[in-house]
Ligand binder design. Structure first.
Ligand code: GSH
Length: 225
């Protein structure tokens, strides 16, 4: 039996969605984030030493990392669904699985760190300095990198409406996360990517996963802020 260790408002939403796309039965164990730090609870470390989500168990197997989990599920249980077989498409599919977590999400995560720096409690005379540093990094690096990646993905998706070939694949599930981050932070001004995101968010499996996993925010904000 597959069990998804699902942290609220997190990347594990993608795993629920994929399981719904494949119509596979699974057990759901939900973990709540700490309200102030937004970190996962210690109990998740009993499943995997890093204590991050997503992580799944499949009987005695423990599998972590979104891309690895997605490829494991599609390869083992997909019966040919959501993964291309043509060699050129398979290479492209693998590329996007790595790219989503290895490249596309990075500037958003760094943006989140600088947002934390700006809003952290500190002596009043330090605040303007912290704000200035955050602003500079945002202007000179973060925003430019986000634009670079979004422009690149816009161009790629413009070809067929999907990231691989003519059909929806598990690579689209992986890439939805950085695109949801872009949409939430207001940086998504790309018609093909917006169209892609609207399309996937209307898929019955996406909606079913939301119902099962609960409301989903990519960039949750601490209640301590
Ligand atoms: N690259 C990993 C990232 C895993 C990760 O950082 N997950 C976040 C949730 S989106 C998490 O567990 N955060 C809570 C924590 O770090 O305590 C993946 O794609 O699975």
């Amino acid at each position: 039996m597959i069990t998804v260790h699902h942290l609220e408002n997190s990347r594990s939403q993608r795993i629920l969605w994929l399981l719904e796309e494949l119509n596979l039965p699974y057990e759901l164990k939900t973990y709540l984030r700490d309200k102030e730090t937004l970190l996962a609870p210690e109990s998740l470390k009993a499943v995997h030493p890093l204590g991050k989500s997503p992580v799944i168990t499949d009987d005695s197997l423990v599998i972590a990392e979104s891309g690895m989990i997605i490829d494991y599920l599609v390869t083992k249980y997909g019966k040919g669904k959501l993964k291309p077989t043509r060699e050129d498409e398979l290479l492209r599919y693998q590329y996007w699985l790595h790219y989503a977590e290895g490249s596309a999400i990075t500037p958003f995560l760094i943006g989140l760190v600088f947002q934390k720096i700006e809003t952290a409690p500190m002596p009043f005379f330090v605040k303007p300095i912290a704000k200035k540093i955050a602003e500079t990094v945002r202007k000179t690096w973060i925003n430019k990198q986000i634009k670079l990646h979004l422009d690149y993905m816009e161009n790629e998706v413009a070809q067929t409406g999907w990231f691989v070939g003519n059909d929806f694949s598990a690579a689209d599930v992986m890439l939805s996360y950085p695109l949801e981050a872009a949409s939430e932070t207001g940086s998504l001004k790309h018609p093909h990517l917006e169209n892609f995101l609207n399309k996937v968010k209307q898929r019955p499996a996406y909606l079913k996963a939301l119902k099962r996993g609960g409301p989903f925010q990519v960039m949750p904000v601490s209640s301590a802020e």
